[in-house]
Design a binder for this molecule. Structure first.
Ligand code: TYD
Ligand code: MG
Length: 492
């Protein structure tokens, strides 16, 4: 009789304890430790003699490799993130908040593949077949030959998939709802999720089928269940977006077969997810021209340039410790820029609350955004708007110098394509950029202090010309006629 070895496992991080406790020492979460039967999770039963190891041949590192044959999904933004399509036998984990559109995206992927005459199977553990069908109908995909099932037993799923022609793509929505007979824990527990994922990964490697596992995300953005699943799979993708906004961004946190810095941009519409081939246009479409505190950053995401608006609000604070809130950018980076502004540029911000926001729910990781963020902050503090036709990029060093960044030319080209007329950039970027050819006027700044002086001077000139009326103007009605009208109204 096998001895039951109960152990207590944190459902958040997978740490194992000998007894129950309220808080996990490993990850600091409360109430995440649950009892699980570990013994039966082991493939080898206690009491049975250990199997003798089988010798296998070792191979040389040099040797014939078959280039991983890929299957493009047919959705370009998705393929960009995976690195050109699904690799045979690979397993992807797709995480994201509930309702963000994971199921929608994957049914679209499955349908596109099915239309290209590849066998695609969609297994839902959360929704009934009728619900999945209903969604496909809404998306206009009902005609695609996707094979559907509402199943949660891993053994049944593997047995079914093993029959007939090998599917090219299998979608498991979601891994947390799956369970295997091999272990006794309840579905959704760490042990179950791990064992189910293992069984599916074994099937994928054996058959060459690509599998996408949907994973739920906890409130702090991690894929619920064990982090170990992230280590087991070939790629971890996350689908992100602000609930209130229509943009959805797909990124890779890990990718054994491709880059991790590419993003795919989608828009959630009534008819499902629409690919956004030129995200800059989307991120700039809602711009508030002429209001102080906004700067356009010419960034690079992966291999593609991306323009995005950075918004800052600097307001007098009534708090002892002023507030520093940032959305879409690194908090430490903001602290650094603020410190440089104080120390080297004479900009006093210690009595002000500072809010910084990247428009459109995008998350920027590049240090090149420093200059745009600083410009937005100073513009908000000075109450003077930055030129609407300028883009900013450059890294700020602790000494207050503006340092060059990579890929100047493609940043400038994108800016020019979207109708911008000038770029504010590091000194060295000027030579490299050859932006003059792109028709942009380049203003190079060697130090943050000179940019601050520029913005302050612009503000003064602007004040003399036209008293600020605090009105927000949209891009399309910012003509000289409305300017003249506004001036007349202010005068009268
Ligand atoms: P869903 O794919 O079910 O999210 P997840 O699987 O990540 O939980 O998407 C649910 C949301 O998407 C829902 O709030 C409605 C919205 N939606 C649309 O706006 N348009 C559509 O065509 C579809 C199918 C869903
Ligand atoms: Mg879903």
């Amino acid at each position: 009789m096998a001895r039951r070895e109960a152990s207590f496992i944190c459902q958040n991080c997978g740490a194992v304890y000998g007894r129950w406790q309220g808080k996990c020492d490993a990850c600091g979460e409360w109430n995440t430790i649950a009892e699980e039967n570990a013994a039966s999770a082991r493939p080898q039963m206690p009491g049975r003699a250990p199997r003798k190891g089988r010798a296998f041949a070792l191979e040389a590192l040099a040797g014939a490799t078959h280039d991983a044959p890929r299957l493009a999904s047919g959705i370009a933004e998705f393929d960009r993130v995976t690195g050109g399509g699904f690799v045979r036998g690979s397993v992807l984990l797709l995480g994201g908040d509930p309702g963000i559109g994971k199921s929608t995206l994957l049914i679209q992927v499955a349908a596109t593949l099915a239309r290209a005459k590849q066998r695609a199977v969609y297994i839902s553990g959360e929704e009934a077949v009728a619900q999945v069908r209903l969604r496909a109908e809404r998306l206009g995909l009902a005609g695609a030959q996707v094979e559907l099932a509402a199943e949660t037993s891993i053994e049944d799923i593997v047995a079914t998939l093993g029959e007939g022609e090998t599917p090219r793509l299998v979608i498991i929505d979601s891994i947390q709802t799956m369970w295997t007979d091999l272990v006794e824990s309840a579905p959704g527990t760490v042990t179950q999720v791990r064992a189910s994922a293992q069984a599916l990964i074994r099937f994928a490697k054996r058959s060459g089928t690509a599998i996408i596992l949907v994973g739920h995300v906890t409130k702090d953005g991690q894929i619920a269940g064990p982090r170990v699943v992230e280590h087991m799979v070939d790629a971890v993708l996350s689908f992100e977006g602000e609930g209130s906004q229509q943009f959805r961004i797909l990124r890779a946190a890990k990718n054994r077969f491709g880059p991790t810095d590419e993003i795919g941009v989608f828009e959630m519409t009534g008819g499902g997810l629409r690919e956004i081939a030129n995200p800059s246009e989307l991120f700039l479409s809602e711009r508030d021209l002429g209001s102080p505190g906004t700067a356009v950053f010419a960034g690079i995401e992966g291999s593609r340039p991306l323009l995005v608006e950075i918004q800052a609000l600097v307001a007098p604070s009534s708090l002892g410790t002023p507030r520093r809130a940032v959305n879409g950018w690194d908090q430490n980076r903001l602290s650094m820029v603020l410190a440089v502004l104080e120390a080297h540029c004479g900009v006093r911000l210690s009595g002000h609350d500072v809010y910084l926001n990247v428009a459109g729910g995008l998350r920027i990781q590049e240090p090149a955004a420093d200059l745009a963020a600083a410009a937005a902050l100073v513009s908000s503090l000075a109450g003077s708007s930055l030129p609407a036709d300028a883009v900013y990029f450059g890294e700020i060093s602790l000494s207050g110098a503006v340092r060059p960044v990579a890929q100047t030319a493609s940043r400038l080209k994108e800016a020019q394509k979207l109708g911008f007329a000038r770029a504010v950039l590091p000194d060295a970027g000027r030579a490299e950029g050859t932006g003059g050819d792109a028709g942009l006027s380049l203003q190079s700044v060697g130090s943050l202090a000179s940019l601050v002086a520029d913005i302050a001077a612009q503000g003064k000139a602007h004040d003399r010309r036209q008293p600020s009326d605090g009105r927000r103007e949209r891009s399309d009605d910012r003509t000289s006629a409305t300017d003249a009208r506004a001036r007349k109204a202010d005068a009268g």
